[in-house]
Write a protein that binds this ligand. Structure first.
Ligand code: UT7
Length: 331
């Protein structure tokens, strides 16, 4: 019998109905469809407009989609990990609310935050619980309502981000598929280049922080871009070498969707054919914790059992990493 590894056995997704197009952004800031498309690959993104609905709404919808598709009884779920950089509120776990709302009454739940790397790290944590034998049914969700922290007068950020959620079910397998290896890194000196300055413990909310618009996400795009390109390509290369994987043996690159050019640069470094590179940034923009599970949901029908998938992410912090995963089912 092979050793126990963590398999993904079901996938679900949800994106809000409202489509914010490049054309509409042209009426909000000084930008244009040609610039956004050529510099980022993004054509449109989804926005959760309904007042009073937060990240939990997106997460619940994606979990319900998974539950319906896979006929899962939510009472069997033992743990819900909610990966998000935009929790509903401070101090109260968003994951706890999500678990209760979906009927996962026998589960406990927590939030996991590491900016755009949240879901990748969440997969690592879920796998460790599965491999140790402690839990056997983990619902791993990546959800972000990025529009809650975007300044729609700042063209450096508002063109990039969108809202969405994706969910996967993580269970044990001994058939040799599932999570094979991971390579994770962080560098805290990067936090000044991408953050929401106010509203945390360093700079609590005051009238002045609101007036200065410090509750919105800001980034030094070029610095983040250079670090993302270098580091994502670096960890992908390292994980291939460590697992003795030739580029022709890689079936899919599932990389964080922050900018099409970053994904393409990573694929070039791995010498991968474009047909193996998952892309949906054109439809959703950067959905932070949701990009990787949204990719899996959108490519689910094309994924075959045993396919070699390389996951990669880079995000604020800085945080980044790569996971080598063998796909677990045919749909
Ligand atoms: O998930 C991790 C989080 N984020 C990222 O990974 C994002 C990483 N960074 C990026 O994707 C890119 O840096 C951006 C898309 C944010 C910006 O693209 P860029 O190619 O790095 O543009 P830039 O900042 O170097 O700006 C080039 C020019 C500038 O004009 P000048 O100075 O050359 O005249 C900008 O003012 O483009 C201008 N510009 C724009 N023009 C039209 C910047 N934003 C826009 C815009 N529309 N939205």
């Amino acid at each position: 019998m092979n050793k126990v590894t963590a398999a993904i056995t079901a996938v679900g997704k949800y994106v809000p109905d409202y489509v914010l197009t490049n054309k509409e952004l042209e009426t909000m800031v000084e930008t244009n469809d040609e610039w956004i498309t050529s510099r980022t690959g993004i054509k449109e993104r989804r926005i959760l407009k309904d007042e009073g609905k937060g990240t939990s709404y997106l997460a619940i919808k994606s979990a319900e989609n998974l539950i319906e598709k896979s006929n899962l009884d939510p009472k069997e779920i033992e743990l819900v990990i909610l990966c998000t950089a935009t929790p509903d509120m401070q101090a109260a776990s968003t994951g706890a609310y999500v678990a209760t709302e979906i009927g996962a009454v026998n589960a406990f739940s927590f939030d996991l935050e590491s900016a755009c790397s949240s879901f990748l790290y969440g997969l690592s944590v879920a796998a460790a619980y599965i491999e140790s034998g402690r839990y056997k049914k983990i619902l791993l969700i990546g959800a972000d309502k990025n529009s809650s922290m975007i300044d729609y007068t700042d063209r450096a950020t508002c063109i990039i981000f969108g809202d969405g959620a994706g969910a996967v079910l993580v269970e044990p397998t001994d058939d040799g598929n599932g999570l094979q290896d991971e390579f994770m890194r962080t560098d805290g000196s990067g936090r000044e280049f991408l953050n929401v300055a106010a509203g945390g413990s360093v700079m609590p909310a005051t009238e002045e922080t609101v007036r200065e618009r410090l509750h919105f996400a800001r980034q030094d795009g070029q610095t983040v871009f250079k670090n993302a390109v270098f580091n994502m390509a670096d960890v992908c290369e390292k994980i291939l070498v460590r697992n003795d994987l030739k580029n022709e043996e890689v079936d899919w690159l599932a990389a964080h969707q922050a900018n099409k050019r970053i994904v393409e640069a990573t694929a070039r470094r791995m010498d991968l054919d474009a047909s193996k590179v998952m892309l949906n940034i054109q439809n959703y923009g950067n959905t932070t914790s949701a990009t990787l599970p949204l990719l899996l949901a959108d490519y689910e029908k094309q994924l075959k059992k045993g396919d070699n998938v390389i996951f990669a992410a880079f995000g604020g912090g800085f945080s980044w990493g790569s996971i080598y995963f063998k796909w677990c089912y045919n749909s």
